[in-house]
Design a protein around this ligand. Structure first.
Ligand code: NAD
Ligand code: 6OD
Length: 489
């Protein structure tokens, strides 16, 4: 059990070795990292029971200050063990050291600190009601925890996205059942150790490992689970909505995207080229917010495409431990096959490849890994499958546009509605166009710049609800109105 590379569920304050396990694979070279021990239905029942008990008797009984002090200790301990988190996330995902140090791992601690602080200052609503006979009433809200919250998270930003939900859910006094992606369970295992070390009451944090297709329904349909918060594919979101329907529980969904970047002729071209390269190729394109469709105004189209091609071809691909490397592999062989099939589909649909389109060759163990080239294509219609379906790889399609109305209509012509970025130096144009994009998040002259107090989420197939700041505190608590009669004597 002491081998960090084998991963166990953590239920009611104990690490549990279950009967069934599967291989955890390093995407850099396809080697085995260790075994992941999968939960079964009785263990999930036990986790729900322990979570309820903690919610009613220990964690849920603490004062807000006590809970928040413990959550700050979690963040402190994560910071002390930062290198272990970096190593674990790198082994599971192949992400570059640079990205882990600047995005994924710091956000884990920031999520705990932000929500532990925010919940302390959460106000409520109050109203004085004037009645016809002159009496009054005082109405005020009490925010109560939901109870037991299930958190189901994906593989692309494993620590960042799981803690984005764990921190506010726990800060609001809920117990949690966390199910990370089967591809990337290691950082949640480290977090379970930390929950144990800092003295989070047993049962308040439970880790359930396993494949979503095997054990997902046992979580989402569970009558003892009061809410499900999910980040992942839109298709899985539809499935969970059905599975949870009989128990009528609140759902928060952060789902897929097909995000546009719009580059106007008045943009700072150098900034736009670098920005779109970053929004397309960060994390190998495996961020739900990544750009997959780029619209460039006609007069700068050729220059923009040349610049983007240069950026793509300057990307260093390789061992994620190398400080110069920007792109490691995709997360798994299955995902590499999926993205390569999308590259093939683009070819079949008649795309012109400006750059990339294949798999890089290293002539060493990395050829057994799941690397892929950054890719730029043009010449497809907006209605092509390539321009309509989420790929989730390092590829964008670039097309030309002439005017504002046209590009807004084309950017909105999608079933998704997560994010968009606009590149322009014209302030009025920025405000005007941002307001007309049917997405939950718009960036102007930047991308993935985050303030954790702002609403985060998508429209249409990209999600249900918003998290972030007060929106998270709202989702993870149940407001209860108290109405008190005040007699006038
Ligand atoms: P996925 O939907 O396959 O898996 C996500 C999680 O759901 C995993 O833990 C998985 O085990 C679990 N799961 C799978 N089937 C389940 C079921 N039937 N019941 C319950 N749980 C189940 O997604 P993924 O491949 O891990 O992640 C990539 C997708 O996530 C992309 O579509 C991406 O756009 C999306 N995503 C969205 C956001 C956002 O904030 N909107 C963020 C990250 C990723
Ligand atoms: O930054 C965040 O809070 C967040 N939820 C990012 C999601 C990224 C999607 O892959």
């Amino acid at each position: 059990m002491s081998n960090i590379q084998d991963l166990y569920c953590y239920v009611d304050g104990e690490f549990v070795e279950t009967r069934q396990c599967f291989d955890n694979i390093n995407p850099v070279d396809g080697s085995k990292i260790g075994d992941i021990y999968q939960a079964d239905k009785p263990l999930i029942d036990q986790a729900v029971h322990a979570a309820r008990h903690a919610q009613q008797h220990s964690w849920g009984k603490m004062t807000v200050n006590q809970r928040c002090a413990l959550l700050h200790k979690v963040a402190d301990r994560m910071a002390e063990r930062e290198q272990e988190f970096i190593d674990a996330e790198m082994r599971d995902t192949g992400k570059s050291l640079h990205q882990l140090k600047t995005i994924d791992i710091p956000r884990g601690t920031a999520n705990f600190r932000t929500f532990a602080d925010m919940v302390k200052f959460q106000g409520g609503e109050t109203f004085i009601t004037e009645q016809a006979n002159g009496d009054k009433a005082l109405n005020y809200t009490v925010n109560k925890p939901l109870g037991v919250v299930a958190i189901i998270s994906p593989w692309n930003l494993p620590l960042l996205l799981a803690t984005w939900k764990i921190a506010p859910a726990m800060a609001c006094g809920n117990s949690v059942i966390v199910k990370p992606s089967e591809e990337t369970s290691s950082t949640m295992y480290l977090l379970a150790q930390i929950m144990d070390e800092v003295g989070i009451p047993k049962g308040a944090f439970n880790l359930i490992l396993g494949r979503g297709t095997d054990i997902g329904d046992a979580i989402t349909a569970h009558t003892g689970i009061n809410a499900v918060t999910f980040t992942g594919a839109s298709k899985t979101g539809k499935h969970i909505m059905n599975s949870a329907a009989n128990t009528v529980k609140p759902l928060s969904f952060e789902l897929g995207g097909k995000n546009a970047a719009i580059v106007f002729a008045d943009a700072d071209l150098a900034k736009a080229v670098k920005g779109v390269a970053r929004s397309t190729f960060t994390n190998c394109g495996q961020v739900c917010l990544c750009t997959e469709k780029v619209y460039v105004q006609r007069s700068i189209f050729a220059e923009f495409v040349d610049g983007l091609k240069r950026e793509a071809e300057n990307i260093t691909i390789g061992y994620p431990t190398d400080e110069k490397v920007f792109m490691g592999p995709l997360v798994s062989q299955a995902h590499q096959q999926k993205v390569l099939a999308c590259y093939q589909l683009a070819k079949d649909e008649g795309a012109t490849f400006i750059s990339g389109g294949g798999v890089p060759k290293f002539n060493d163990e990395r050829d057994n890994g799941y690397f892929i080239e950054p890719t730029i294509i043009t010449d497809l219609d907006d209605t092509s499958r390539t321009n309509q379906e989420e790929i989730f790889g390092p590829i964008c399609h670039v097309s030309v546009f002439d005017d504002e109305d046209e590009v807004l209509q084309r950017a909105n012509n999608t079933e998704y509605g997560l994010a968009a970025s606009i590149w322009t130096e014209n302030l009025s144009r920025a405000h005007r166009t941002a307001a007309q994009l049917d997405v939950g998040l718009v960036w102007v002259n930047t991308w993935f710049l985050r303030d954790l107090r702002t609403p985060f989420g998508g429209m249409k197939l990209s999600g249900v609800g918003r998290e972030g700041g007060q929106h998270s505190l709202g989702f993870y608590s149940e407001p209860s109105n108290v109405c008190i009669q005040i007699d006038q004597q």
